[in-house]
Design a protein around this ligand. Structure first.
Ligand code: PMV
Length: 362
């Protein structure tokens, strides 16, 4: 039984209260990527990410006594104000899986309203912000009903654990600035079960990093992340990946700590290319990069060579490009983005984002 399973979290019959909880939770961008998993959403390797700010989900959870005889969980889920069957089914399955963690979920009726700050169709992965916002609401509900999560560290850890079960990368969205997920020898607190905060290890050079998310293509991905993770099981290069990423992680943590911007950039870009290289090398092979993605990468490299400014790219599991750079170069780089890069984007669209201070209860 996991340390988070708690059969004692049951409400006395007839004492079910009503309540409402709202959390806003951000997305995050991995520098060292989680790609490949085993068991129940356990990462094949450790990952580290910047927490974002503008790209976030706001989730309202309303709960009250259960009025129906329905067994299991009773939930209504509305996305951007509308019923969404695909999302509802996913949420119901997720909550059922959480019954050993929150047994009281079978005693109440839930209505969940969720909305994103960015268009759902923008091709931006929203599972990290959505699942972390929901996990935070569930932990707040436990605390309101039982007073069991008064300690901030325990609260965050449980929220991160629950978010991970919804979507692996979501466990990192719980913390401000930087989060680390997966066991590493450098920290005895690190775990495969949840992420831990890593902002205290961040050199001032990296405070207020920008992340301009360039929307190259807003179409839904042809291969979902969960299929992508699965394909790592049969990828002939996966063992090499799991071995080499350990050293890359150590070097990345060193770069973040010492303020080595150049090393940070080099490793960040290597990771982006490795992620997409692994997709192309999987069997069957697939590719999520678009011509616009490659054009942007080439332009970024040329700009860096010419100007010597620290502008670096990374990629998620999709064609959109994340541009990372320190705040002090905002105006020069902003000009370059507008004049040279937006033409490669879908309808010139991008989301100017930056490192954020983590989720907020509203
Ligand atoms: O959390 P998932 O299952 O959607 O996987 C996300 C994987 C990447 O975004 C590609 C990398 C990462 O660490 O966020």
């Amino acid at each position: 039984m996991s340390e988070f399973h708690n059969p004692g979290l049951v409400i006395e019959p007839g004492r079910v209260r009503s309540g409402k909880i709202i959390w806003r939770s951000p997305s995050n961008i991995a520098l060292i990527k989680y790609w490949g998993k085993y068991g129940t959403q356990m990462p094949a390797n450790p990952s580290v990410s910047f927490t974002l700010d503008a790209a976030h989900t706001e989730t309202t959870l309303e709960y009250g006594p259960k009025m129906t005889e329905k067994k299991g969980v009773s939930v209504d889920f509305l996305f951007q104000g509308l019923t969404n069957k695909v999302f509802s089914d996913r949420i119901e399955k997720f909550l059922l899986q959480l019954l050993p963690v929150f047994p009281f979920l079978s005693q109440i009726e839930l209505t969940i309203f969720s909305s994103n700050s960015f268009p759902h169709s923008a091709g931006i992965a929203s599972s990290a912000s959505a699942m972390s916002a929901l996990a935070l609401c569930l932990c707040s509900m436990e605390d309101e009903l039982f007073g069991t999560l008064q300690d901030d560290e325990a609260f965050d850890r449980k929220a991160s654990y629950v978010a991970r079960l919804g979507s692996g990368s979501a466990c990192r969205s719980i913390y401000p600035e930087v989060a680390l997920w997966g066991e590493i020898t450098e920290s005895s607190k690190s775990s495969n079960l949840y992420a831990i905060p890593w902002g205290n290890h961040l050199h001032t050079e990296f405070k207020n990093m920008h992340d301009d998310i360039l929307i190259v293509d807003k179409a839904e991905k042809s291969i979902s992340s969960s299929v992508g993770h699965q394909l790592m099981d049969s990828n002939p290069y996966s063992e090499t990946r799991y071995m080499t990423v350990q050293l890359r992680m150590k070097r990345m943590l060193m770069a973040l700590k010492t303020g080595d911007m150049e090393l940070f950039g080099e490793l960040t870009e290597q990771e982006a290319m490795t992620l997409h290289g692994l997709m192309m090398l999987s069997e069957p092979s697939y590719m999520l990069l678009r011509p616009g993605t490659l054009a942007i990468i080439e332009e970024v490299r040329r700009f860096r060579q010419e100007t010597k400014l620290p502008l670096y790219f990374t990629l998620d599991a999709g064609p959109n490009v994340h541009l990372l750079y320190p705040h002090k170069y905002n105006s020069k780089i902003g000009e370059f983005v507008r004049s040279n890069l937006l033409k490669h984007c879908y309808e010139n669209s991008f989301i100017p984002d930056q490192m954020g201070s983590g989720p907020q209860q509203l």
